[in-house]
Design a protein around this ligand. Sequence first.
Ligand code: ADP
Length: 462
Amino acid sequence: MFLTFALFVGLAVLGAGLYTGLVLHGRLRSTMEQTLRTQAERLLYQVVPETPSHELPATLALLSRVTGLHLTLARGDSVIWNGQAGRPILETTPPRLDTLVSAEATVRFYERFTTDGQVFYVVLHDPASGWIVRVGQPTPIWYRLARQMELTLVVGMLAALVLALLGSWIATEKVTGPLRAIRNSARNIIEGHFDEKIQVHTRAAEFQDLAHHLNKMSDSFREKIAELQRLTRLQTEFIGNVSHEVRNPIFSIGGYLEALASPTMDPETRKRYVEKALQNLNRLNNLFNDLIEIARLEYRADLIHPSVFNLQELLEEVVDMLYPKAEEKGLIIQAENDPVYVRADRERIRQVLTNLIDNAISYTDEGYIRCRIRRRRDKVHVEVVDTGRGIPEEHLDRIFERFYRVDPDRSRRSGGTGLGLSIVKQILQAHGEAIHVESTVGRGSRFWFELPYAEADEAVSA
Ligand code: ADP
């Protein structure tokens, strides 16, 4: 970039310099030559007679005094007059003007440096009369001024060249410096240093803006990469979990079937083995149903069919269904609520309540399970509270993930697939709602969510 600048500026200055040095200077010299030549011609053809008279030197002395020119008149070797400003110049060797001109080259222009400075001469030869006249003039003031201007112009141009090169170097540094910084940071990001921030040390708003946007872009890429990594990790975990969950019951069923093939088995053991094999089959069936349910909910929001229904009634149905399980463990279920209507998918909400209450029973050894429904403005707040073992804080964020269990053995023993809360989350998400949890280890847990409130009469018209 700098080289391009330098090339253009250099060419411009060189062009201007050449014009000044060659063209202008040449014109000055030719003007000078022309002026002196006109005067020499006037002298030769208007003043000098064919045959010289004795008054001729006096006339030339007068003329040189009046014009201030250096005049020389000669014919062959004899010099008639050689003088300046009216005074003759007595030179030890008389000027041999005939050596400067000839019949072919009748005019000669030259310059000489004397003690008075630079003097320009034009020598004119008239072959017809044999007269040679020389007119000399010390550098006139206009010529000197023009030369000074020429010099000033050249020096000025050189200074401009240096300044332009310096300026363009600074300008290119200002442009390429930040670009280099951006390129280095981009290279680091490509090499995997995703935390790298692009920093430009410039006050130019464009570069700051560019760096800011590039940083935002890399931030968003970083987030997306982290998300992708998280998803890949979850997927790997998921695949591992599925194969584990599926393989276990299949192995068990295989084992029981092999044992059942034995002819010596007593009927009692045979019956127990058949039951065990069926239990495992049942577990497999539940697992696939849950997995299919999650997948359907994840990819098809249209599976939700909202209607207006009495949530209290639905809750009672679920509690009635799970009551035997609670009773078996000696647990009390409190579920006295007033009728409240909501707009939601009744069957899916039944599943949500079933999973939450079933978990509460499974993970509570003594105490009670309380299911409460309360209206709060345009929402209905639903909560399931238990006095169970609770969930350690570090697991709270993850219990809604598929197959995540705080205590895998206990979960399996109680018939859990590790998918219950994941289904709850998916169903509520499909309703535009969220599931919340708070828990204290050793004291119990509280799961709650909200549903849109509806008026009772809507249920009739719905
Ligand atoms: P699971 O089939 O194992 O019950 P869930 O998805 O329903 O799977 O629950 C995930 C995990 O969350 C359970 O394994 C259990 O560790 C924990 N959990 C769920 N509900 C409760 C609760 N009410 N009390 C204590 N832990 C619970």
